[in-house]
Write a protein that binds this ligand. Sequence first.
Ligand code: DGJ
Length: 725
Amino acid sequence: MVAIIFSESSRTFWLENGTVTYAFGIGESGMPEHLYFGKKIGHELVCGDYPSGGEAQPIKRESENGMVFTPNSVPYELHLPLGGDYSEPGLIVRRDNGSRRLDLRYTGYRIFETKPPVPGLPSLRDGQTLQIDLEAADIRVTLSYSILDDCNALARNMRIENRGTEAVSIDRAYSFSLPVPDGKYDTVCLHGMAAQEAQIQRLPLGYGIFTVDSKRGYSGAVMNPFLAICDQNAGEETGTVYGFGLIYSGSFAIKAQKKAAGTVSISGGINDFDFSWRLEPGACFDTPEAVLVFSEAGLGGMSRSFHTAYRSHLIPRRFAHAPRPIVINNWEATRFAFTAEKIRGIIDGAAGTGIDTFVLDDGWFGIRNDITSGLGDWEVNEAKLGGSLDDLIAYVHSKGMRFGLWFEPEMVNRNSRLYHMHPDWALQTPDEEPVEARGQLVLDLSRPEVVDHIADAINHVIRGHAIDYVKWDCNRALSEGYSLALPPERQKETFHRHVLGLYALFHKIVDANPDILFEGCASGGSRFDAGILYFFPQIWTSDNTDMVARTRIQYGTSLCYPPSAMSCHVTASPNRRASHITPFESRAALAHQGPTGYELDTAKLSVQEKAAIPLQIDAYREMEALIQSGDLYRLASPFEGNVFAQMFAARDQSRGVLTAVRILWNYNEPVSPLYPRGLNPERRYLLRETGQIRLGSTWMYAGVTPCFQNRDCDAVTLHFDNADD
Ligand code: DGJ
């Protein structure tokens, strides 16, 4: 049950659901001051006397009521620069005379039972919302807070409105700022690169500022737009953790600041590197939404709140909890070098196995036999396909499967008709050749005519053919923050305008084709963020499909994204990248931890492998509802040892499935027990694989030791079924 309560007498706001409370009050300074975010509490806290500890030579100011306070000691909900507050500012507004003073004061609030969307940006679809207004003579700032009823998550964002007669420049507009109680904290973030996404880094938070960010114009794999701050004693299922995620796919920053007095606060939003936004009179600027999570059950508790928030309140509802297609994708089998015969062989090999969708990857359009040409020309290459696209689709249908197609809409090759017609449509700096990456340039999505052109071209293909699934790729970061269509004083708006154009493009294509399942991709998981998940229910987790690497990538990604969003495929062995030889059934067990598929040459499968696929798919379909709607418990970390293990448990505690992979077989290495989670301690469960029936408490607290076979990357799956009725 969600409630937003305002106490007129103490000018205090309380947002609460069944488990958490978020509270702030309007203090003497006339600004909102943070009181609390954590486990649910009563309504006693009020803004108190301002502590002045930790300030050697405090800068003091006088409030309108004549009270003296130290701005640098006040835990504001929004920090402003200057005036003696040295916290990371959340908003910097610059006037044409150079002044950045902004004397905001609280003026009022509104409560919405239904959450208003953030204009032009993806945001949580649900939540009761509180908006408070802070006003200066010419600027109104609105802070929004939305609380969900089924997890410990809260969404925040900010709107800046120019109500004056002069334009101003916004040099920074973060989405949130949150002080956390004094303590000793670790930061946990996801770093990496393409094919090594979502690597977990945990470090003690020291004095100063720890930042995760991207300056690449997209979220990228180098740092994911996520940060957790956890008590140094917090573990996977114990201890206090605060998690922060941004529903944004562009350059971002999330910062944890520990000040001289030991106080810690977290803030973040659009990266202000090379950013500034000219706000004309009457115009508004909306920041992306940030999701704030509180967990008293360690990192696992934090993850489960993120999973619920994104799965039930962000991902398109039509697909959020529905069974997903099981695809056969040709990329790893053929790359660009496919022929009609080869493709038909792959389709034939998948037919009748339970695989239900064939996805034709890169290379079907324009002149596209390598990375150097064709992007931008979305016309079917019938010569390469050996017939029309409809012929191929009819063939797929005749085998009882549906059809999916790959696109990379945001990009263009120099060697394309589109580039020859519109060279100015690529992001570029005047008088300089734009920089290629993967042989391609980035189309300037800050230009509405470019967005319209792409939408028309892609919708033309989609509408002209029976397409059920689209893989939307994006294979490079941005390098030129310059649009030939913007005036010089607006160039620092280019990256954010590009992201707004991207979201407009998604709307034009995704909204127009509501029954098509769109899968995101960016050289694998290089744009695995909550902004994408608003439009696409799943994202290709990594181009690295080697089992050893995948244990880490999937484990790391699950920290803040639901497994139901993590597309995972069974590929060939030895692996194309790492050459590891791994058992077919183990590859399937690991790939079946998220929306799954196969990406190999089915024509080359052995008789035994082919016979195994229907059984693997039956097993996957049986546990799919747990992946879509159950709770994830991580049991053993591949970052810390030789075993990856996790368990999905039904919310009603009726069953659970545990999957463990021992990565390397080290002769005589002892195997430790795993401790299942999410079962009801008082109910009895049958362990299907052994026939033993025990209480949930026995399974969870005494543990179970997996019997790995003596081989590398052996996987064990254990099913715990309700044995009480
Ligand atoms: C990168 C993707 O991650 C791959 O799966 C594949 O679609 C290629 N792009 C195609 O160019």
